[in-house]
Ligand binder design. Structure first.
Ligand code: ASN
Length: 255
């Protein structure tokens, strides 16, 4: 009897170990973490033609933290929804993508300490007159698949009587509003402000909704050491001024 219990315990341990490896991707000493991100979410991540590379607050924060903590990674800017899919399927180990920490995500991701705070804001074309959510009744709102902005649009669509059209990235979503295909979207305030500053013909309406923190994320239960390193590095780059320097480089005040 005792032996059976022992064998069962060993088998269970083996199964659990294998399950963890399968669920979290491979792990070894020379680990190069596969990290993915959004592809057009300025000032957090965006393509820089001159540098021929993705740049932005997230890109710089992660580089500074990896340097501080001595870990290696490769970055894949595949878009927000794709990044979420890759982390959940184990094709990627982690993501940094201006990702809002919210109740829908905490059961399936482990997040770092917050590294920024932002909420969504309603955006319309510069010359349209939707003054509030009520005015969106009967219109088609634009949303970026899988985002906190989409979640806001979804949770209010019955009450305010609009339907939703989905896009894969922020610039395509903005263009649909500018071109009059859609009435409005709910975008992170800092990102909407950056787009407007760069000449996108949108305006923000009302005040910031759902202010929440941004976090670096792994699939729930995977790579706890990476979250620990991110948190330790974040603390260090905040203490040594690097964090404020990165934000300032992109015209954002340190929080
Ligand atoms: N703040 C957005 C979200 O968490 C991120 C994004 O669109 N890149 O859904």
């Amino acid at each position: 009897m005792k032996k059976t219990v022992k064998i069962t315990a060993v088998v269970m341990l083996l199964v659990l170990t294998v399950a963890c490896f399968v669920g979290c991707g491979e792990k070894n000493d020379e680990k190069i973490y596969k990290i993915c991100s959004d592809n057009s979410f300025s000032p957090f991540e965006f393509w820089d033609n001159e540098k021929n590379a993705y740049v932005g607050i997230d890109m710089d924060i992660l580089a500074a933290i990896a340097e501080d903590q001595g870990f290696k990674y490769e970055m894949n800017n595949i878009g927000f929804d794709a990044a979420c899919g890759n982390v959940q399927s184990g094709q990627a180990d982690a993501m940094i993508a201006g990702m809002t920490i919210n109740a829908k995500r905490t059961p399936i991701y482990d997040f770092s300490e917050p590294y920024f705070n932002d909420g969504q804001i309603m955006c319309t074309s510069k010359d349209r007159v939707y003054a509030n959510l009520e005015d969106l009744r009967g219109t088609v709102v634009a949303a970026k698949t899988g985002t906190a902005g989409a979640e806001f649009a979804e949770s209010n669509k019955e009450q305010y009587g609009y339907t939703i059209q989905y896009y894969e990235d922020s610039p395509t979503m903005y263009q649909a509003i500018v071109n009059g295909i859609n009435s409005a979207c709910f975008e992170d305030y800092t990102v909407a402000a950056s787009a407007i500053k760069s000449g996108v013909a949108l305006k923000t309406v009302g005040s910031v909704l759902n202010p929440s923190p941004y976090g670096f994320a792994v699939k729930k239960g995977c790579f706890p050491e990476l979250i620990e390193k991110f948190n330790a590095g974040l603390k260090n780059i905040k203490a040594n001024g690097k964090y404020a320097e990165i934000l300032a480089k992109y015209g954002i005040e340190a929080q």
